[in-house]
Design a protein. Structure first.
Length: 245
């Protein structure tokens, strides 16, 4: 399974190289809907995490640094890890080109021996932990490298969202390799079993990044209304989970 995921993101990295002169170069060639999608995830992670500026944050499953660079631009001291060595290679190239002080390492989240325990003020992860067959092992490693009192904000696909079970293929979006969906109840149990306290979950996003950018204002309105509507909000696509060590 891990080899399949690594090969997938190795291929992605080999086609993702762009000339970078400014931090915006890493994000300007994507659709406005994808930009909105990423920003909503970052905003939610920051709202839940309440990380102080200058905090040391670990980005698990950083890919080529799409989210890592957004956090860096907001004043956080970032480290990114990913299973794909080619993705990490490109992330390092981009950081060097932009003179960003970000540490990137090729690593398996289930075996984080390269990182010392009690190192990070916070840990974030976006659309990465969903691929793991044994999430508990990864959470144990994340717990180990987080400082006492540190906060993690990790996102997962919401099992109650019809997008994953009904609508996704209708819109021509293929299924992810080895994908896993979770409920807030399942996450609460796992976080507590590993040792995290103060569990909190936010369900966000009815907009997918592949949607037509011409209707972005409509998507934002739908997200705003649906995320506050009882019952309906339970079917949002993204489950962002907080835990405190």
């Amino acid at each position: 399974m891990k080899e399949q995921i690594k090969e997938l993101y190795d291929r992605y990295a080999s086609t993702a190289k762009i000339k970078t002169k400014d931090i915006s170069d890493l994000h300007k060639n994507i659709s406005p809907v994808m930009q909105y999608f990423r920003q909503r995830k970052v905003q939610t992670a920051l709202t839940l995490g309440q990380f102080k500026k200058g905090s040391k944050i670990l980005d698990v499953g950083c890919n080529t640094g799409q989210y890592t660079t957004l956090f860096d631009a907001l004043g956080y001291k970032m480290t990114g890890i990913d299973l794909s060595d080619k993705a990490i290679e490109l992330a390092k190239e981009n950081a060097k080109a932009l003179n960003l002080n970000i540490d990137y390492f090729q690593a398996d989240v289930e075996k984080l021996s390269i990182l010392d325990e009690n190192t990070y003020d916070g840990v974030v992860s976006f659309s990465a932990l969903r691929y793991l067959s044994d999430l508990k092992i990864a959470l144990q490693q994340i717990y180990r490298v987080t400082q006492k009192g540190g906060v993690v904000t990790l996102d997962f696909p919401n099992k109650h969202c019809p997008w994953f079970n009904i609508l996704k293929n209708h819109f021509g979006v293929g299924n992810h390799l080895n994908d896993h969906f979770y409920t807030a109840k399942e996450m609460s149990y796992l976080f507590k079993e590993v040792g995290f306290s103060g569990f909190e979950a936010r369900k966000i996003m009815f907009t997918h990044y592949t949607f037509n950018p011409a209707f972005l204002k409509l998507y934002k309105t739908i997200d705003f209304l649906f995320e506050q509507t009882p019952i309906i909000k339970e079917t949002a696509a993204i489950l962002v989970c907080k835990g405190i060590k």
